[in-house]
Design a protein around this ligand. Structure first.
Ligand code: GRF
Length: 217
């Protein structure tokens, strides 16, 4: 089986990268991780990637004069690694239009809310302030507009009485760790794609492919 070569961009803990790495260890999984790249040195996620035997690179944005030259270096590293798809997983840098457009349809992100609600940061705090009962997480294609690209897969997660931002975040993170490998599998098996022309992804998925958490079984 020819596997899709994916790179994962991180800035910290890397628990979603870890979930992707675990999924790709299954010989039948249609994607492999060829590189984990961080814009910050010494972060937890880099050690975790090494434990999984994955190549790592640090390209520290502080060593570059501007966003564009940093992103050019990132692109070069991704190309050297042979990456065909880039998965953002807690990558805490706004990406420039040039980078986003050059990876259009091949750049995905996981976000801790049911998009298009709660784009941006502090999603759990804002969800609790608004008193919503159902929160969740989304994997989407990345466009130049923050957290606004076509949605690939989502998981709904209940907000329960007494939740704090931390308890809610923990519950959603657990769902993220199932959702991201699921979304990667959908793309690698060519069941979801985005040509870049419309605001929604092209899907060849059944109802059973829709992620629900906690699972009903
Ligand atoms: C996750 O909540 C993800 O949805 C968001 O940033 C967080 C990263 O966590 N984009 P981790 O580094 O994967 O543990």
């Amino acid at each position: 089986m020819t596997k899709l070569k994916a790179a994962v961009l991180i800035s910290g803990r890397g628990s979603n990268m870890g979930a992707l790495a675990r999924a790709t260890m299954d010989p039948d999984f249609p994607a492999e991780i060829v590189l984990v790249l961080s814009n910050k040195p010494h972060v937890e996620g880099l050690a975790l990637a090494q434990e999984h035997g994955i190549d790592i690179r640090v390209i520290d944005h502080k060593e570059f004069d501007d966003r564009e030259t940093h992103e050019d270096a990132v692109t070069e590293a991704l190309k050297e690694a042979g990456a065909e798809l880039v998965c953002l997983a807690g990558y805490m840098r706004i990406l420039g239009e040039g980078f986003v457009n050059s990876w259009r349809g091949r750049l995905i992100n996981i976000h801790p809310s049911l998009l298009p609600s709660f784009r941006g940061i502090k999603t759990h705090e804002r969800a609790l302030e608004r008193g919503i009962r159902i929160h969740g997480c989304s994997v989407h294609f990345v466009t130049a507009e923050l957290d606004a690209g076509p949605i690939i897969a989502q998981t709904a997660v209940p907000v329960v009485p007494g939740d704090t931002a931390e308890t809610l975040s923990d519950r959603i993170l657990e769902a993220e760790h199932e959702l991201y490998p699921h979304a990667l599998e959908l793309i690698a098996s060519k069941r979801v794609r985005w040509s870049g022309d419309s605001g929604v992804a092209d899907m060849d998925v059944t109802q059973n492919d829709v992620a629900i958490f906690p699972k009903a079984d």
